[in-house]
Design a protein around this ligand. Structure first.
Ligand SMILES: [Zn+2]
Length: 709
């Protein structure tokens, strides 16, 4: 638009936008030949003017000289003056020139004939002056030429210097940038977290995009969260590479005894102050290293950590539809790059885009991880990833932009049969603060009461194998959950799928008697190595130049920070991770013999075996599932998980003495669990079937309730 109008203006003004007279700006961009022609004309007229000026100078110079050299007396001069005046008065062409006007063959000589009575002395003087004037003219002309040459030399020097000053930045950019045909892209990574997306959700035939993504990229079977397996500690661990005990967000809610303040994750007034957030998150690392960052709702991103300005921070909005997230990410990629026309310093194209997707977690809590409703939500999340990958494809960015999809933890089904009344373990009146949830960090009002309380809990623990009791000092090392004052001195940690509640929240005895349904129907926060807590990591792009479908050993999410830093060429801040790019695959996913075994079992014990076997269930699937379960029944899923974890987890310290969570149970209990679990699956299938074939049942109303994440 602007170039066209400028061109038109140029043509209107001078017939050519290169016209020197029309526009000073255009002057600067004239081709060099036109420039010299024009300058030549300019110089000729300049010469003429100089010539006239020189004459004047000569006249005055001669006048001075004549006075000095001529030595005429005043009387003769006066007589000459009178003569000249007379001639002028009569209009006659009488020669009346004085010595000044006799100088040189000037323009005035054309108007008036030279006086014949000029003395030889005067003539000699005039000749000398004439010669001097000619020398002066040549000198001035040379000066003008020199000035022009100097001007251009200075101009060239400025241009060279300007280009040199940004040379290092430009060189750094172009060395790493890749073109998609229309723009150069510096290393770019999109990191997406699907909150609560359990690893085995990938095996439900609901996620064609993510399955394709796994087939094209590199991934472990699952990524382990950090302890406790709740949202805020884990998102901040992924962002910093630090264990929760190291970065300080030790739970979704906790008491800081030094600050005498409570952190409460959903309350901005009690969570967004920078002093809560230790370590250096990805977006701060990025901006510090001149890698522009866009953070879309990632927990912690709204706290002004290190007082670092972040290019884009999108405020949390839990009800934002997923399509808008796709649009937002694509809009960020469409911002002009550093070398593009229209680039603006205050609207940079981000290289790091970190986006948070809460939906799967929300519905996992509301309806449970095996519900019909969660299936739809998983599909939607998958479609959202599909939207992003499609957007990249449309922009020819598939092989230019890295995409990393992760989740923060899994989800376990709750049940009224797996509930513990807090009052049965400890008197809440003796506590000053209760941290965390569904695990309980206890702070006794009287510090002296800590050890008696611990002993009391251990006695009760003996009666209930479904909880673990620890002092902060004797917390299992693999939890990395002791080295921070924000961690309460005493903990009750329920086994996966168990919930501890106060009577005011839910009366367990009453609930059991009345057959009430406990909400939330899904929970997480348990032992981070439990199979139901497993998260995902899938990566694709130029930073992951591995064979399609590469499989790597499972790792804990403290490794993510280094991986993302490396993908962007950033130097990571000190952290607990040890994995660096390139990742080291151990094989391909399709090498695996039986992927179905990766689906863990819910610890459901509340249902009895129904005699209804749905005719539509593929028998082969049931048999396969049953046989795989039977194979591992002696150890139950927890034991298998612990074994796998101890072999596969990357850091030795994080895998020591992983106790088989339920392996101490008698064998008949395992078989009972297995039977009831299968019954639960069948019931879920029936629910699903009924839901699908009954248009009047929206399937949601009866289960909608308040949720606590
Ligand atoms: Zn979460």
């Amino acid at each position: 638009m602007s170039s066209t109008s400028r061109e038109n203006t140029g043509q209107a003004a001078g017939g050519s936008h290169y016209d020197a007279g029309s526009d000073n700006d255009d002057y600067d961009i004239r081709p060099s030949t036109e420039l010299s022609d024009s300058d030549h004309d300019l110089l000729e007229s300049e010469d003429e003017r100089e010539r006239l000026l020189t004459q004047k100078a000569g006249i005055s110079g001669l006048f001075g000289k004549s006075v000095k050299i001529g030595g005429r007396d005043g009387g003769s001069k006066r007589a000459e003056m009178k003569e000249r005046k007379r001639a002028l008065d009569t209009g006659a062409s009488t020669p009346s020139y004085d010595t000044e006007e006799a100088v040189g063959e000037s323009a005035s000589s054309l108007l008036r004939p030279r006086r014949s009575s000029e003395s030889d002395e005067q003539r000699l003087l005039a000749t000398r002056v004439q010669k001097k004037t000619k020398r002066s003219k040549r000198w001035r002309r040379a000066c003008i030429y020199m000035s022009i040459v100097c001007f251009f030399l200075v101009l060239l020097a400025i241009i060279y210097r300007l280009s040199n000053s940004s040379n290092s930045q430009v060189a750094a950019f172009t060395a790493t940038a890749i073109s998609n045909g229309t723009s150069l892209f510096a290393p770019t990574t999109i990191l997406i977290s699907l909150d609560g997306f359990r690893a085995d959700f990938l095996y439900r035939n609901l996620t064609p995009t993510l399955n394709q993504f796994v087939a094209e990229g590199i991934s472990p079977k699952y990524m382990l969260p950090s302890f406790p397996s709740v949202t805020f500690p884990n998102h901040y661990t992924m962002a910093t590479g630090l264990y929760p005990e190291a970065h300080g967000i030790v739970s979704n809610t906790f008491w800081d005894p030094v600050l005498q303040k409570e952190f409460y994750y959903t309350d901005p007034k009690r969570s967004l102050q920078p002093f809560w957030w230790g370590g250096e998150p990805l977006w701060v690392t990025a901006e510090k290293q001149n890698v522009r960052a866009a953070v879309h709702m990632w927990p912690g991103s709204e706290a002004h950590i290190d007082d670092q300005q972040i290019a884009y921070v999108d405020k949390y909005n839990g009800s934002e539809i997923l399509d808008r997230k796709v649009d937002r990410i694509m809009d960020l990629l469409d911002v002009p790059g550093p070398m593009d026309i229209g680039v603006k310093a205050d609207v940079p194209r981000p290289q790091l885009i970190a986006a948070y997707v809460p939906n799967v977690d929300g519905d996992g809590h509301r309806y449970g991880p095996n519900s019909t409703q969660i299936r739809e939500t998983i599909s939607h999340a998958d479609a959202m990833i599909g939207g992003i990958l499609k957007g990249l494809q449309e922009r020819t960015l598939t092989n230019i932009v890295n995409v990393v999809v992760v989740s923060d933890h899994g989800m376990a089904t709750t049940d009224v049969s797996r509930m513990i009344q807090l009052e049965d373990l400890v008197d809440p009146a003796e506590l000053s603060h209760i941290d965390g949830w569904p695990l309980y960090g206890l702070r006794p009002k009287d510090p002296e009461n800590l050890h008696p309380m611990y002993e009391q809990l251990k006695r009760k623990h003996g009666e209930n194998p479904n909880i673990e009791i620890y002092l902060r000092e004797n917390m299992p090392e693999r939890y990395h959950f002791s080295n921070n004052d924000r961690i309460a001195p005493l903990w009750i940690i329920p086994k996966a799928g168990w919930a501890i509640v106060t009577k005011s929240e839910f009366d367990v005895e009453e609930g059991k008697k009345k057959g009430e349904v406990y909400h939330p129907r899904g929970l997480h926060g348990y032992d981070h190595e439990h199979p139901l807590m497993r998260a995902i990591f899938v990566a694709r792009g130029p930073a992951f130049p591995h064979k399609a479908g590469s499989r790597m050993e499972p790792f804990q999410n403290i490794e993510l920070y280094n991986i993302i830093c490396d993908s962007l060429g950033m130097t990571p801040a000190p952290n607990n991770g040890t994995l660096r790019l390139p990742l080291k695959p151990v094989g391909l996913h399709n090498d695996e013999q039986d992927a179905a075994n990766e689906t863990p079992n819910d610890p459901v014990v509340s249902h009895t075996l129904t005699s209804v076997l749905p005719s539509a269930t593929p028998m082969s699937a049931v048999i396969s599932s049953l046989s795989s379960l039977a194979a591992s029944a002696s150890g139950f899923a927890d034991a298998t998980a612990s074994l796998e974890s101890s072999i596969l987890a990357p850091t030795a310290t994080s895998t020591t003495s992983a106790p088989p969570a339920q392996s101490s149970k008698p064998a008949h209990k395992h078989w009972w669990d297995w039977l009831t679990d299968e019954a639960d699956r069948i019931e879920e299938w029936v629910d699903d079937f009924v839901h699908k074939h009954n248009p009047l049942d929206d399937g949601k109303g009866k289960e909608a309730s308040e949720q606590r994440v």
